[in-house]
Design a protein around this ligand. Structure first.
Ligand SMILES: [Zn+2]
Length: 227
């Protein structure tokens, strides 16, 4: 499993985000707050995340909001400090004082830790979802990120986090779509028959983005159409 471990070290740290304004004073989030959020979403989060800590630096590095590291690690970008894979493996979650923009919704502040929870549990083989390497870093990254963004997109549609802003919702949909498309292209190029297996875990983005039927309020037009 060495290759798989190497893969997930490389692909897991980065959460892509738009540039955010620098904070003026005081942390906008803390490890304690993030841990409380995780606990509220998943009472079992400690089975997969050993600690939530600030990183080696106060402000987040370019290109990431948060990321997993192996126990005791400090920099999610450093391959030597990346998270470990294996059944029962626990990793640490690094956040930064400015992980969340001041305008981030309460829903986004729940979604982002949940995204990392998915990665941590996936690495620990806590889901019935393959944790594998495909021998190409970008394919591995697309696979794991599509799974993790798909997880939070589905839960966002279910309303678990509350209401995302339109921009936040679009960002999640875009990230899922991009990683889905990247991985789908890879499978079609390498071994199309394999999509029958992996596609089970990655629904088409259009389906993922649709609101659940139960959540839709019936409109008068729809009612008339039924008659
Ligand atoms: Zn991720």
């Amino acid at each position: 499993m060495a290759s798989a471990r190497r893969t997930c070290r490389a692909l897991l740290p980065a959460l892509l985000v738009a540039a955010l304004p620098a904070i003026a004073s005081g942390p906008l989030t803390t490890p304690e707050e993030t841990a409380a959020t995780l606990a509220s979403l998943h009472p079992d989060y400690g089975d997969y995340i050993a600690q939530v800590r600030f990183g080696d630096r106060r402000a987040k590095p370019p290109g990431i909001d948060a990321g997993l590291v192996r126990p005791g690690g400090g920099d999610p970008r450093d391959p030597e400090e990346g998270p470990l894979m294996g059944r029962g493996q626990r990793n640490d979650l690094i956040i930064y004082a400015d992980t969340f923009a001041p305008e981030a919704s309460a829903a986004w502040r729940r979604l982002l830790p949940d995204h990392e929870y998915f990665h941590a549990r996936h690495l620990a083989r806590g889901f019935d979802i393959p944790a594998v390497s495909f021998g190409e870093a970008q394919a591995d990254r697309d696979y794991c990120e599509a799974l993790a963004w798909g997880w939070v997109l589905r839960r966002a549609v279910e309303g678990i986090y509350g209401t995302l802003s339109a921009r936040e919702r679009a960002e999640v949909e875009d990230l899922y779509s991009r990683h889905f498309e990247g991985f789908h292209r890879f499978v079609m190029r390498r071994q199309p028959a394999a999509w029958a297996h992996y596609g089970r875990f990655l629904p088409p983005p259009g389906i993922m983005s649709a609101e659940p039927v139960a959540a839709r309020a019936p409109s008068p037009e729809a009612d008339r159409a039924l008659r």
